[in-house]
Write a protein that binds this ligand. Structure first.
Ligand code: DQA
Length: 163
């Protein structure tokens, strides 16, 4: 059976400033520490992560445009763009890849503007308010999603159940 385990871990605006941002909402890890933690989770789950962060919306959009053939799924925390960037929403939709939305903080219990996510309905699920551990949950969900879809594709191709 084909293996679908390449995960693009995408962080948007201001997430590179973790460590300087309010620890009440975002915890105490620096961004580098967070990526190391995500890498550990991914390897424990048999996934191959690749990382991207930018503070430039157009770069984020173009990175999504260029994922074709390079990733099987996406873990995405667009930061504040979550709440209003239809450009990122459209580019995420274009990838056609399963995505899980993650937020370190509990966006639904903060300011009203954070309750709106313009990508939520495109995503398999949203994990929010669980800090760094939320990324483990997101990766687990993506792994399950990818193995279910590759089993279904294998079955469709061969008529046989996946091993
Ligand atoms: C965030 C939540 C957003 O509202 C905020 O703008 C961020 C980070 C989170 O991870 O909790 O920059 O996405």
């Amino acid at each position: 059976m084909d293996v679908h385990n390449r995960i693009e871990v995408m962080h948007g605006v201001n997430l590179d400033q973790l460590g300087r941002r309010d620890p009440v909402h975002y915890g105490g890890l620096t961004f580098t520490e967070l990526e190391l933690r995500i890498g550990r989770f991914a390897h424990e789950l048999g996934l191959i992560p690749r990382y991207f962060q930018t503070n430039h919306e157009g770069e984020f959009v173009e990175h999504l445009h260029n994922l074709d053939g390079l990733a099987d799924g996406i873990v995405v925390n667009p930061g504040a763009w979550t709440h209003y960037s239809y450009a990122i929403r459209d580019a995420l939709e274009l990838t056609g890849l399963p995505a899980v939305e993650v937020h370190l903080s509990d966006v639904d219990s903060r300011e009203p503007f954070r309750r709106q996510s313009v990508i939520r309905d495109l995503c398999v699920t949203t994990v929010s308010g669980r800090g760094a551990d939320g990324y483990r949950q997101a990766l687990e969900r993506l792994r399950d999603e990818l193995s279910a879809s590759s089993s279904a594709a294998y079955k469709a191709r061969t008529g046989a159940p996946a091993a």
